[in-house]
Design a protein around this ligand. Structure first.
Ligand code: ADP
Ligand code: MG
Length: 697
């Protein structure tokens, strides 16, 4: 039986072909189901009135009752706006319109009692409301809903009477025809009972026509929970499937290279966290299942050594290993670092990047397929088809967020059976997001820095302290240290940024005529970049002026200071990544965030967080809270983009609950074959087909 939910929107009473087209174009509403998922984005509480005197900077959307004492147009043409002076017994507020000014002016009368609804903003000493909703008090009396839903619409929709009111009417029409049979319960009854969830049917009705606050919040909770539960079930299911499909090589022995390295070559004692992670990996490689593990660890937490020892496990069992880094510079650093660490063990390392060409490349590829290379280090050049291993058993991917899922999967095809995978990231991902983004990976966390590190001291300075900052730089360099100066470079204003960087470079040279200054930016040829980097690494230059190309992984322990220019233009996580380039040696390190004199409140808050904490996880949480998850890569394919109500930054608790419930359900019934999970399974399958998710699972 075809559910009414799949009905074409055109055939809903009151829609028809023209409006159907508009709904499709503007809101992607094709079916009845799409319509009921177009949730109100807020509710107007029509039972509450505020007085103007109560308004303060924190005031959100409010409703006030009063009279217009004056209405006039100001300015002309494009700058024209309509101004209304609105008064109640307690004060005055301005109402402002920028569009349809003539028309609105005509419809407004002074001396009549109006009800105004909107969000006041502070403007100079006064408050105003732009584009308020305004109705005569008489119109308001006729309404009987105290919580009135407000829907998103567009200008185009409004022309076809599809404003918020219009959509509200359609929702009434459609929900009138939907009941318990259409909106059938999919969550198992035991779960509904245990968590006191309202039924699906009730939730959809209440969210569009709330009977009161309490029922509304129960409806919202239920719908959010369902959204998150579906994502979790999908992720955990795909993990179960992969475990069945992808058998894993068993690394029985760690008696040769691993032991030898551990006893003789390890330059320091491993931290507790590093040991714990290695145990987790060890367990995976003995399990007979393919390992898919995400290793999270703040910058400088020592992920490299963990990945090296993981590769040794493979080598001890006659497998090869590879490590893929996002940039050539990073690959080279890994090459240098790893070769140095294993030099006494006889392990053979090689590097493959885009710049390895001709005969050298040919020989390398031959040695690889012959099994004469144990560890291959490189960039995404590793995934090319011509790169053939004799027996690849372990793939390590550094700075995972730069590589897509598809690229990772290509490496899996390089052996008969998929190799084990360790993906590493220094971008701390808040637990809630990790649970969803990487819910199908196992997660290990290095939450402990190697001993002896002094926390970086961060301060925020404005342009007018430039001279003091230069003075500070001079002092550090006099102590024999090196300094980074980082400039933003974003694509939209590339030339502008470039000039900014060059000006900075010139002023540094002018200020420190006796010092050597390196410069590295994205427009340079790779070879030139490399040359400049090397000069800095070898301490031939004291100051490195650079754009964010130095962001990931570069290791110069003698660099003890970083100045980040226009710091307000960077995201929090990026600032944290950058800052991680210093504080790698035994010296006290400093980070100075330079900003302009004027800063938005949000920017101020962000600088404050950076000054307050070195904890990458806390910074990531704040970043998520301030920016939302949309910008974080991978969100698209994870299904997060399909979340309509639930928010990963705000609905932490519901997400954790959904995860728990999903785990419980699948532990008890991994294939959802039991009768109690029947509707749930059907719903998952339907969602899957609808979204074409099969391709990525
Ligand atoms: P990241 O996790 O950012 O990749 P690295 O692996 O580059 O960090 O390690 C940062 C620095 O810390 C390196 O110089 C490394 O040799 C050093 N290191 C790693 N583990 C330890 C440890 N247990 N004790 C002391 N130093 C360590
Ligand atoms: Mg690293």
């Amino acid at each position: 039986m075809q559910s009414k939910l799949h009905n074409n929107i055109e055939f809903l009473k009151g829609v028809g072909p023209k409006r159907a087209e508009i709904l499709q174009q503007e809101l992607n509403i094709f079916t009845w189901s799409d319509l009921i998922h177009h949730f109100p984005f807020r509710y107007v509480d029509k039972s509450k009135f505020y007085s103007i005197a109560e308004i303060n900077e924190g005031t959100q959307y409010i409703q006030i009752k009063g009279k217009l004492t004056a209405v006039h147009l100001i300015g002309a043409n494009r700058k024209k706006r309509l101004h209304g002076t609105f008064k109640d017994e307690t004060g005055t507020i301005d109402l402002v319109w920028f569009v349809k000014t003539d028309w609105i002016q005509k419809s407004l009368k002074t001396g009549v009692e109006y009800v105004v609804y909107g969000k006041p903003k502070k403007f100079g000493r006064n408050y105003n409301i732009t584009h308020p909703e305004i109705k005569t008090a008489g119109e308001i009396v006729k309404q009987n809903h105290s919580l009135e839903p407000v829907y998103n619409t567009t200008e185009k929709m409004k022309k076809f009477n599809l404003d918020s009111k219009g959509i509200f009417k359609l929702q009434m029409t459609v929900l009138d025809q939907l009941n318990h049979t259409e909106l059938i319960e999919i969550i198992p009854l035991a779960v509904l009972d245990a968590y006191k969830l309202v039924s699906r049917n009730k939730a959809y009705h209440e969210i569009h026509f709330p009977s009161n606050e309490e029922n509304l919040s129960k409806a919202i909770f239920r719908i959010k929970f369902e959204e998150l539960l579906m994502i979790q079930l999908r992720l955990l299911r795909s993990k179960i499937n992969r475990n069945i499909q992808n058998k894993g090589y068993v690394f029985e022995k760690i008696d040769k290279k691993f032991e030898e390295f551990y006893q003789n070559c390890l330059p320091f004692e491993l931290t507790g966290a590093q040991k714990r992670v290695l145990k987790e990996i060890r367990k995976d490689t003995l399990s007979g299942k393919q390992m898919n593990r995400l290793l999270q660890g703040d910058v400088g937490s020592g992920k490299t050594i963990v990945s090296l020892m993981t590769m040794l496990m493979a080598i001890d069992n006659n497998f090869q290993a590879c490590i893929m880094a996002p940039t050539e510079i990073l690959a080279q650093q890994h090459m240098a670092g790893i070769t140095e660490l294993v030099k006494a063990t006889g392990i053979r390392c090689a590097i493959l990047t885009g710049s390895v060409k001709g005969k050298v490349r040919k020989q390398l590829l031959l040695a690889l397929v012959e099994g004469e290379i144990d560890i291959l280090i490189g960039t995404h050049a590793l995934i090319e088809d011509k790169v053939i291993f004799k027996n690849l058993g372990m793939v390590v991917i550094d700075e995972q967020h730069r590589f897509g899922v598809a690229q990772r999967a290509k490496l899996w095809k390089k052996n008969v059976q998929a190799p084990h995978n360790l993906v590493m990231t220094a971008t701390p991902i808040p637990r809630t997001l990790a649970m969803t983004l990487y819910g199908d990976l196992d997660i290990s966390i290095i939450d402990e820095l190697p001993p002896g590190r002094k926390p970086i001291q961060t301060s925020h300075r404005r342009e007018n302290s430039r001279l003091q900052v230069f003075g500070f730089i001079g002092k550090e360099i006099a102590k024999g240290r090196q300094v980074y100066m980082v400039y933003p470079l974003i694509e939209e204003s590339e030339t502008l940024d470039y000039n900014h960087l060059m000006d900075g470079y010139e002023s540094v040279k002018r200020h420190f005529p006796d010092l050597q200054v390196s410069i590295v930016h994205g427009k340079m040829k790779p070879a030139d970049k490399e040359y400049e980097m090397q000069r800095f690494v070898q301490a031939k230059t004291q100051i490195m002026v650079a754009t964010t190309v130095i962001e990931v992984g570069v290791n110069v322990p003698n660099a003890s200071m970083m100045v980040i220019e226009s710091a307000e233009r960077f995201g929090l996580s990026q600032l944290h990544q950058l800052r991680g380039r210093v504080g790698r040696g035994a010296e006290q390190s400093y980070c100075i965030l330079m900003t302009g004199l004027k800063l938005s409140n949000e920017s101020k808050a962000r600088m404050q967080i950076m000054v307050e904490t070195n904890d990458g996880f806390r910074i990531a949480e704040e970043d998520l809270r301030l920016r939302g998850p949309g910008d974080i890569e991978g969100t698209q394919q994870s299904g997060i983009a399909d979340l309509r109500l639930a928010s990963l930054s705000k609905d932490n608790k519901i997400l954790t609950l959904a995860r728990e419930v999903a785990t419980k359900i699948l532990n008890n019934d991994p294939f959802l074959d039991k009768q109690e999970n029947g509707f749930l399974k059907q719903h998952l399958i339907a969602q899957h087909q609808q979204k074409g998710w099969g391709k990525i699972a």
